[in-house]
Design a protein around this ligand. Structure first.
Ligand code: ATP
Length: 330
């Protein structure tokens, strides 16, 4: 992490990797802060792919009108294989230079931030990263952009599933996003009175799940919803449901995979505010010479963490959350 003010006149902003609600609010904040500090701001479309293909346009205040409240990202996002190659990154660098762009704000997950770090090391283009991912799996911030909205969306969907589960005395396995991280599953599980929460970070043997379901049957619970994070150690919702069906053949079991609907929708008030604060802080960080960092919020304070740490260090799920979820599900 550098910490010497540098002379920046033009910045580029891009969204990369999976889209997350709040990305538009973050872009808007970067643009607004840029104008406030007399910078020119360029939108780089489709993430690193747009950097390589010179899909780069100067943004003005009209470009960011009415985007704060919209889901997705108006700059669009992409996964770029070419940026993973030195040749691809050289093309990207040449395009940035042809526009005179001196610094970058990269909004995305750990892959996107890895790209920004590598690019800085190779070409010295200062970058500040914003944690834009619904998975909440980045070290250096309590919460990532889009996580709160994704949890709200998941809980809203599970509420609806609960109605049919109760009407038919069904057992539902609901799969939520989070390939390597159980944050959405834990929050959605606590927020929707789940019977159990299965996450990638912790083992939850089928036998334990069966005991839990039998206990709840004795307690005359009207419905059972088990939340499963995709790609967990015990398999996805479909796989686990099949194992349970073999042991409890009389149960009426259904599976719902929430999938991409968790990425969509208007950002929650929390995500709008988080994204806005992070966007302004990214620009201010660049101007203060804080680059090759990710800006996050920890205990309600803006914190700049070296990107290297943000991508390498693991953000652990909170055992206390799991303990509480266990108490609530019995
Ligand atoms: P999400 O958390 O939603 O998956 P992400 O940012 O982690 O978001 P990735 O697909 O991992 O999503 O990364 C986005 C893009 O960042 C990649 O398509 C690639 O262009 C770039 N990138 C990722 N890893 C590297 C790397 N090691 N070197 C160069 N570029 C990379």
């Amino acid at each position: 992490m550098q910490d010497q003010p540098i002379n920046i006149k033009k910045i580029g902003v891009l969204t990369s990797g999976g889209d997350a609600p709040g990305m538009n609010a973050a872009i808007r904040a970067v643009v607004r802060a840029g104008f406030y500090y007399n910078l020119e701001v360029y939108g780089i479309y489709r993430g690193y792919e747009g950097m390589i293909n010179d899909d780069i346009r100067k943004l003005d205040s009209r470009s960011i009108a009415h985007v704060l409240e919209r889901g997705g990202t108006f700059l669009k996002s992409a996964r770029s294989l070419e940026f993973r190659t030195p040749e691809g990154r050289k093309k990207a660098y040449d395009n940035l230079k042809s526009h005179g762009i001196d610094a970058l704000v990269v909004i995305g997950g750990d892959g996107s931030l890895t790209g920004a770090h590598l690019f800085y090391k190779e070409f010295g283009i200062p970058a500040v990263g914003l944690p834009g991912t619904i998975d909440n799996d980045l070290f250096g911030t309590d919460l990532t952009i889009g996580f709160d909205t994704a949890c709200n969306t998941a809980i809203g969907a599970i509420d609806k599933i609960r109605d049919t589960a109760t009407s038919h005395d069904r057992l539902f396995f609901v799969e939520v996003m989070g390939r390597d991280a159980g944050f959405i599953a834990i929050n959605a599980g606590i927020g929707s009175a789940a019977a159990a929460i299965l996450i990638p970070e912790k083992k939850f043997p089928v036998e334990k799940l069966i005991d839990r379901l039998k206990f709840r049957e004795k307690a005359k619970k009207e419905s059972n919803i088990v939340i499963v994070a995709e790609g967990g150690k015990s398999g996805g919702a479909q796989e686990i449901s099949e194992k349970v069906k073999k042991i409890l053949p009389t149960y009426d079991i259904k599976v719902t995979i929430l999938g991409h609907l968790q990425r969509g929708g208007a950002p929650s008030s929390f995500d709008r505010i988080l994204s806005s604060k992070l966007g302004v802080s990214a620009v201010e960080g660049l101007l203060k010479g804080k680059f090759d960092v990710m800006v996050g919020i920890i205990n309600n304070k803006i914190v700049y963490t070296p990107i290297k740490r943000a991508i390498i260090d693991d953000k652990e799920v909170d055992d206390e959350d799991l303990r509480i979820a266990g108490i609530l599900s019995t």
